[in-house]
Write a protein that binds this ligand. Structure first.
Ligand code: GDG
Length: 738
């Protein structure tokens, strides 16, 4: 039976060994909390590191550990202390984490830790490959520690479904490009069929890096790479809403003597003055979470609104994290000092402004804090999502409470009803605190009501299901691609038909089909191998070969006239047969050019790298050499401008491969090829091409035509081949067929 394999750096359990026995404790963290409900249902296996290094696992307990993990549907990847140091504390947390959170100054680029990262990613990939039973299994890889794994698995299992989800931000290209191993990381990720991010901005940054660094083709949110279509999408992660709201409901009903010590303390503080308010912040102790800035902002607030001295208390829960990394040690010291200084400055005999906990608390205490706090105040400088914000809202059973949230958190995108702040703007933060402290109950309830409705609907289960469904859909779409790849067997059958036919007609597009693209179109001239193939086809008995292209007649005259090939250029304006000079195939006007040329020129002026190609009856604006994002943006703009300009004229705008061409509507490759077809009684017709201008042939030629698209984009062609190399293999079969 097919299964889902989930892979993350850490397993959702922490192993502890004492007195020779093993205990498994659930681990804290966004991912572990979020995926739990997915993993516990259905047939699945979770692969990850147990949290104990090889050195810490006594050999005699190894099997017991495996058994304990297997009972929870988990399987461990073994890591040595050295591997953990280089892979986890090293490359993951000293290179990627700071870089992806825009802390460029903290990013270390160490070759050794990169090598360990690669080696450990391979270990994870091997562990997955070992557990795959058949190609129906689905692999879901999580997060920044494992970005090379998709490609490593793909190499061994080309047909398996692989999804990848990044839990942290993907930074802008300007940041990402600073990493020495940036291309390898992108290629690693592109091994997946579906790549998910929390929000659209991260998706957009990723696509931009892929385009700029790998130069591969991207269309909307699809990437054409390595002969596959990879989908990129955003899936904002939700929480286990019911778990938090049920725990809060249960909490309100609890007997007073069954309350936790923490809750008793919170209650007694509230009792001493009902006007007292609690502000709460909960984060892992991480520089991305902006804890130090928040403390400074609190000091600013107390000075700006001194009436709140002795009235508000800030509860800070900072969960220890990555304490082996120097930056985290420094941050701990900075926060300890700041808390000490602010408490020293403002405390009175009956009031300390900050309660600071540096530890992890049991779930029950987390609920105590959420339900007792009037305001949740979360000010990350960067945060992939931030689940704490969502959990706080879920526990507010009477809908009271105010959430103040940094706009730099992914969750800010879906939590518009909270008070959104810029974590660097102390003035705005102080005013937001003031607003929150004075917000009427009805307004609080109204805002939280909206938030709760959304969080309930888009819970973590929905998130995981959406991701899995999208992955499945992507795979089905790939499999049911309207065109099919030509298999060796099909190739044989086509070649047999070719041999048997009495009159053959071939239409071959040039750029992107017979020859590769070049930044300068004049340099994409034919090579010797291509001439040999074309010579052979051209001289075959009962075979009419046409090169059919959007190119101008001068270039084709230079390249092919001496070869006497039949040629149709400018999409069907000119024709040349058997070495005769080009003559008009269509009578077209070109007086419109005077009006359109200045428009294109203005786009050339404003788009560095673009240029105009002037043909006899058409004008083309090329943007292959421009910055890819900018070029696409300008292309959309130009299409809009041209479409509105030409109105009902007899002109049309063609979007080719990095080129926009304006030409007469009654000229296209479909019409031209149909005219040639009508001249004789052909019983084998073949057309091959790579872009939109070739689609006219695929659509207009009769159903019996063998139509072939080069590349994986959407097409009306019956078949596709991956690239130019395969076009030549195919044409050589025709050469050999007679
Ligand atoms: C990463 C991304 C993204 C915290 N303290 C305690 C405790 N927690 C739980 C919270 C929450 C989770 O840990 C923290 O999740 P966050 O989303 O806030 O942050 P990260 O750990 O940095 O997670 C983040 C997330 O992945 C998911 O994709 O949102 O942006 O950085 O669930 O409740 N739980 C307990 N005691 C604690 O003391 N029991």
């Amino acid at each position: 039976m097919s299964k889902t394999i989930i892979i993350s750096n850490r397993l959702p359990v922490q192993l502890q060994i004492s007195n020779g026995s093993i205990t498994a404790v659930p681990s804290v963290g966004g991912l572990a909390t979020g995926m739990k409900s997915v993993h516990s249902s259905g047939d699945s296996l979770w692969i990850g590191w147990s949290g104990l290094t090889d050195e810490e696992i006594p050999e005699e307990l190894s099997k017991d550990i495996d058994d304990a993990l297997a009972q929870q549907g988990s399987s461990k990847v073994r890591l040595t202390a050295k591997e953990v140091e280089g892979f986890y504390y090293g490359f993951s947390n000293r290179t990627i984490w700071p870089l992806f959170h825009y802390f460029l100054e903290y990013s270390e680029f160490e070759l050794d830790s990169w090598n360990t990262y690669k080696a450990v990613n391979q270990k994870f990939a091997d562990a997955i490959i070992e557990k795959i039973e058949d190609d129906a299994d689905t692999i879901w890889i999580h997060d920044y520690q494992l970005m090379l794994v998709p490609q490593m698995v793909r190499e061994q299992r080309p047909n398996i479904a692989i999804g990848f989800f990044l839990h942290i931000p993907f930074p802008s290209f300007e940041i990402f490009r600073t990493m020495p191993w940036r291309e390898e990381v992108l290629r690693g990720l592109l091994g997946a069929d579906l790549i998910g991010f929390h929000i659209y901005d991260y998706e957009r940054h990723f696509l931009s890096s892929v385009k700029r660094l790998l130069g591969v083709e991207v269309s909307f949110n699809e990437i054409y790479f390595d002969n596959r279509v990879i989908k990129v999408d955003s899936f904002p992660m939700g929480i286990d809403y019911k778990k938090f709201s049920d725990a809060a409901k249960e909490h309100t009903k609890r007997d007073p003597d069954k309350l936790s010590e923490l809750q008793k303390r919170l209650n007694s503080h509230k009792k001493s003055d009902p006007e007292n308010k609690f502000l709460l912040s909960i984060d892992r102790l991480d520089y991305s979470k902006g804890i130090a800035k928040r403390l400074n902002a609190f000091e600013y607030f107390l000075n700006k609104y001194p009436q709140y001295k002795e009235k508000v208390r800030l509860i800070i829960l900072a969960v220890p994290s990555r304490s082996n990394v120097p930056q985290y040690q420094l941050l701990k010291k900075e926060i300890d000092e700041l808390v000490g200084r602010i408490n020293g400055e403002f405390s009175t005999v009956s009031w300390t402004p900050i309660w600071y906990f540096y530890r992890s608390m049991p779930f029950e205490n987390l609920i105590d804090l959420y339900t007792s706090s009037d305001i949740a105040w979360l000010t990350p400088l960067r945060d992939g999502m931030n689940l704490v914000a969502k959990e706080y809202i879920a526990t507010r059973t009477d809908k009271t409470g105010v959430l103040i949230l940094s706009e730099m958190a992914g969750s800010a995108n879906e939590m518009n009803e909270s008070l959104l702040i810029n974590p660097n703007n102390f003035e705005q933060i102080a005013d937001a605190l003031y607003q929150a402290l004075n917000m009427p109950i009805e307004e609080q309830q109204q805002r939280n009501g909206q938030l709760q409705k959304r969080l309930k609907r888009y819970n973590v289960e929905k998130w995981a299901n959406d991701f899995m469904n999208s992955l499945a859909k992507q795979r089905t779409r790939e499999a049911a691609n309207v065109s099919t790849k030509i298999t060796d067997n099909q190739l044989k059958l086509i070649a047999t038909d070719y041999t048997k036919a009495t009159k053959r007609l071939l239409f071959l597009d040039y750029d992107g089909t017979l020859a590769g693209f070049h930044n300068d179109p004049q340099k994409a001239s034919p090579d010797d191998e291509l001439y040999t193939i074309l010579d052979a086809l051209h001289t075959q008995e009962n075979t009419t070969l046409f090169l059919i292209s959007g190119r101008d007649k001068d270039t084709f005259t230079k390249w092919f006239l001496h070869k006497k090939y039949n040629m149709i250029v400018e999409h069907g304006v000119w024709i040349s047969r058997n070495g005769e000079a080009f003559s008009l195939l269509e009578n077209v006007k070109n007086d419109w050019m005077e009006k359109i040329r200045p428009v294109l020129e203005s786009f050339v002026d404003r788009t560095p790298g673009s240029f105009i190609e002037e043909k006899n009856y058409s004008l083309a604006w090329h943007y292959r050499k421009t910055d890819p994002d900018f070029g696409n943006l300008r292309a959309t703009e130009l299409t809009t401008v041209l479409t509105s300009l030409i109105g009902t004229d007899d002109l049309s705008v063609l979007n080719g491969n990095k080129v926009i061409e304006v030409k007469s509507s009654n000229v296209n490759k479909g019409r031209a090829s149909m005219r040639m077809l009508g001249e004789e009684n052909y019983d084998f017709v073949f057309a091959i091409g790579d872009d939109w201008t070739d689609e006219f042939m695929f659509q207009e030629l009769p159903e019996s035509t063998i139509t072939v698209k080069v590349g994986r984009q959407k097409t009306a062609a019956k078949y596709f081949v991956n690239d130019i190399k395969n076009v030549r293999i195919l044409l050589k079969k025709f050469v050999a067929a007679l």
